[in-house]
Design a protein around this ligand. Structure first.
Ligand code: FES
Length: 246
């Protein structure tokens, strides 16, 4: 088996020799650390693994997801176990307690009262440059500010809630949690309800799948593995002409 060349990196101030081509997450583990926090899906989805690093001779503080960022020789890495954020508590039902439609100005006002810091954006675009998902964070902050909530929800849709934007924001904005609130508003009050989803929820509530679920729960590992391998799959999104992730 081919032996990978070793490169030198720093993890929280300590120098380690690790095989090249590893992700930051794997390099940290290779160096002997065990993730207790700051690691989840390992696939760029959960946003738990925010990491900061600097390259020798470069003044910039760079960031990324540890499970997606490949190490480079000389990298100085600082792993984040946790990101403290402005996590507001809210009740969407309270916005239309009597079931009446909610006006866009009411929705906008609710964002303003929960996340007033959004309106202090200084337009520096640090958030956009920091986002590991390539989202134009500053743009959706501006959309929220203007009350274009549905568009802001769409623009922020692939956010994985890593919080790196909020950590670096000089205006102390918690962009990702504000955007999560806006996506919830959009799903609840702005975009059309999905008829398919409503139908499926009704089916589940009526007990249509109770027997299948009971059978799955009582299944042995082998049978469950066979069933999983033979499952119906989503079409390959990478087919020509199909939608591809950015
Ligand atoms: S561990 Fe989930 S995004 Fe990296």
């Amino acid at each position: 088996m081919k032996q990978e060349a070793l490169i030198s990196i720093q993890i929280m101030g300590q120098v380690y020799e690790v095989p090249e081509n590893l992700t930051v997450m794997k390099a940290v583990e290779y160096a002997g650390y065990q993730y207790v926090r700051g690691c989840g899906c390992r696939g760029g989805i959960c946003g738990a693994c925010g990491t900061f690093y600097r390259m020798p001779g470069d003044y910039q503080l760079l960031s990324g997801l540890a499970c997606q960022t490949v190490i480079q020789a000389g990298m100085m890495i600082m792993q984040l176990p946790y990101v403290p954020v402005n996590r507001q508590v809210y009740d969407l039902d309270a916005l239309n307690g009597n079931g009446a439609p909610v006006s866009s100005s009411t929705l906008h006002e609710s964002v303003r009262s929960l996340f007033p810091e959004i309106f202090k954006c200084v337009g520096c675009a640090t958030c956009t440059r920091t986002c590991p998902m390539g989202i134009d964070v500053m743009d959706y902050v501006a959309l929220i500010g203007r009350g274009e909530l549905e568009k802001a929800a769409e623009t922020s849709f692939s956010c994985v809630m890593c919080g790196l934007c909020a950590i670096r924001c000089p205006a102390q904005i918690s962009q990702h949690t504000a955007a999560m609130y806006v996506r919830r508003l959009s799903g609840r009050f702005l975009i059309p309800r999905s008829a398919h989803l409503r139908h499926r929820v009704e089916e589940i509530r009526s007990g249509k799948y109770d027997d299948s679920l009971a059978r799955l729960k009582g299944m042995g590992k082998e049978e469950a593995t066979r069933l999983y391998a033979a499952r119906e799959r989503e079409p390959d999104l990478a087919e020509p002409g199909e939608w591809k992730p950015k």
